[in-house]
Design a protein around this ligand. Structure first.
Ligand code: SF4
Length: 635
């Protein structure tokens, strides 16, 4: 077994396996601290600045120590990155035989049962959803993992996913006819068998709270639990030790109850009426908050006209539906699951309505078609601590931002681990010398202002141009991210168009010195081969014109430009792009001398002119456009 020093040393295992790897003293120290925590089944809180190399610093000692390791990351994207990139690299470097598995929450996997039901019952509500449902069906038939991240054709936030994935409430578990092939169950079996399992914080807490995500079965055998991006844990914990209920959930419950009744052999007028009542009350709640996205503290929400009344109606409808479904639960697994869902929803609503607000925080959010109601405890440390007491093993918490100054008290108190060993390593980057902080003035004061993102991008765009791209922009909402992408794309296209226009003007100017007199003609062909091309173009045979141009090119002396309209020359020159730029100086005064650089310009212009007259012209003209002088045509 290699020692940590041997692995991280210059010329060590990592350096031998990973191109560009360089030993970093802080990384080795951090790995040693983590190795000691694993050995003593201790609790380590480790802050390491950006660039320390945290991932390798915990993966190496964890793999060297052996046993079962669970690594939890902040997001699914980081989870994929760790599983697909960093973990294989470290395993290969250490020649480790440890097996690895990726485990996500059940909502990330296609549910075969619900997908089949959605297709059979035609649950798609639009032609777009019908297309997406067919795509999911085809994907499920061939996918090994059923992980929806592998299906790029259906957006991650497409509403149809609700019909093709399961929740704890609607999953039939072992009573499911698709249980043997179930993707969720397969992922959990793989995770149980693996030595290293990569999960995310949401999954960890969902499982701690609900015992439904498959982590609970993993924990007893786990020797080391590493939380990367640990600064997100307190917030995620608060989220999961809380409860939430949405109007979409209620509408789905009502729809599923009707569907299950039909499958079980017949409807019930009483249940039908209760489903209608629940749906009406859920819609009233949504209408009460208006159309715009909104987040309100509970006391504020209760002051909105119609909001408390709708809540009371929902609670009454849920109570009756719960009782009615419980009476039918024996008829099928599906009806039993609906009965449990109604009971849970009723319990959450009671918690929301009956809390006095001293121990928890409650709020309401209106998003799209749905209203979400949340209640979460003010302090989650004690609840998290209970998990640690239940499972004695090494607990590693790491991130670039855990301490306030050198004080970890805020984090350790939030998580209920005041006795944890704390260590801290500064970033190796010299921020004072390498970074510049720019705070643009004049931005809207409220980040929720619809104009805020536009103003930020307007301020950032000149900086992005100065850096030539190579930038990382971070947003707190998907909406802002999409808006910024749209603005930057538009801005980039516009500035590229402006740049092309400038090149075109310069190229046109260059050419005009050689062909100004002829440019007055509607169409001008210069040089040998021009006649053949002119004839071909005149009779509309673009292919023949291109062939003639190629023959001419082979002879090495040609010049062709089409100037039916002044803009057409500009567009032709624009297509010539880089060649024009490279050839510009030569072309100006080499019209007669026919230098090689001028050939480049003319070749490119000829091809661009032909392409312009026939947009279907094949890409073969690229080869033709490659001037013998080596200038490259940029498109
Ligand atoms: S076991 Fe649950 S998740 Fe799996 S296919 Fe059946 S209903 Fe869906």
């Amino acid at each position: 077994m290699s020692s940590l020093e041997e692995v991280f040393a210059p010329g060590g295992l990592l350096a031998a396996a990973i191109a560009g790897y360089r030993r970093r003293a802080d990384q080795v120290e951090m790995a040693q601290a983590i190795g000691e925590a694993i050995e003593s089944t201790g609790v380590l809180v480790a802050e390491a600045g950006t660039g320390t190399g945290k991932t390798f610093a915990y993966l190496v000692p964890a793999l060297l120590a052996g046993g079962k390791v669970i690594v939890s990351t902040g997001t699914k994207t980081l989870q994929d990155q760790l599983y697909d990139r960093d973990l294989p690299a470290v395993r290969a470097a250490l020649a480790s035989g440890a097996s690895a598995a990726l485990l996500k929450g059940r909502a990330n996997y296609v549910c075969l049962y619900r997908l089949r039901r959605a297709v059979a019952e035609g649950r798609a509500t639009s032609s777009e959803e019908a297309v997406e449902l067919r795509r999911i069906e085809r994907f499920a038939a061939t996918s090994v993992t059923g992980d929806r991240a592998d299906l790029g054709d259906v957006p991650e936030d497409a509403p149809i996913w609700a019909q093709a994935t399961s929740t704890r409430d609607n999953c039939l578990g072992q009573g499911c006819p698709d249980y043997a092939d179930c993707f969720v169950m397969r992922a959990r079996r793989n995770a149980l068998a693996a030595d290293v399992v990569v999960i995310n914080h949401h999954l960890f807490f969902a499982d701690v709270v609900l015992r439904d995500e498959g982590v609970a079965e993993l924990l007893p055998a786990c020797n080391t639990l590493v939380f990367d991006e640990a600064h997100q844990l307190p917030e995620t914990a608060r989220l999961f030790f809380g409860d939430s209920l949405s109007t979409s959930q209620l509408l789905e419950l009502s729809r599923d109850a009707r569907g299950e009744l039909r499958v079980a052999g017949g409807g019930s007028p009483e249940l039908e009426a209760l489903c209608n009542r629940l749906e009406r009350a859920a819609r009233d709640l949504r209408l009460a908050l208006g159309e715009a996205p909104l987040r309100l503290a509970w006391p504020q929400a209760l002051r909105v006209a119609g909001f408390p009344e709708a809540l009371i109606k929902i609670r009454a409808a849920l109570k009756m539906l719960d009782a009615a479904l419980a009476a039918q639960a024996e008829r099928s697994e599906g009806l039993g699951a609906c009965s449990r869902r109604a009971g849970n929803a009723h319990a959450v609503l009671c918690r929301l309505l009956e809390s006095d607000g001293s121990e928890d925080v409650r709020w309401a959010e209106a998003l799209g078609q749905s209203v979400q109601l949340h209640v979460t405890p003010l302090h989650s440390g004690e609840l998290f601590r209970r998990q640690m007491d239940d499972h004695p093993r090494a607990w590693i918490f790491t991130s670039a931002t855990l301490a306030v100054g050198a004080d970890f008290g805020h984090f350790t108190r939030e998580l209920g681990v005041p006795e944890a060993t704390t260590r801290r390593w500064e970033s190796p980057f010299r921020f004072a010398e390498q970074a510049l902080v720019y705070l643009p003035s004049g931005l809207p004061p409220d980040p929720n202002d619809p104009a805020f993102t536009d103003a930020v991008i307007e301020a950032a765009f000149p900086v992005l141009q100065a850096s030539g791209g190579r930038a990382f922009l971070l947003f707190t909402t998907l909406r802002a991210l999409r808006r910024a992408h749209e603005l930057l794309r538009r801005g980039t296209l516009e500035s590229a168009a402006r740049a092309r226009h400038r090149v075109a003007q310069r190229a046109a100017g260059a050419l005009s010195q050689a062909g100004q007199r002829r440019a007055a003609w509607q169409r001008v062909f210069l040089g040998r081969g021009g006649r053949a091309r002119r004839c071909a173009l005149a009779r509309g045979d673009r292919q023949a014109a291109l062939r003639a141009a190629r023959r001419s090119s082979a002879r090495g002396a040609h010049r062709c430009a089409e100037e039916r309209r002044p803009q057409s020359l500009q567009r032709a020159a624009a297509a010539a792009g880089g060649a024009a730029a490279k050839a510009r100086s030569g072309a100006v005064d080499s019209g007669r001398r026919r230098s090689r650089r001028a050939h480049a310009l003319r070749s490119a212009l000829a091809v661009a002119a032909l392409r312009q007259t026939d947009p279907r012209e094949p890409a073969a003209d690229e080869a033709y456009a490659q001037p013998r002088g080596g200038a490259r045509v940029l498109r």
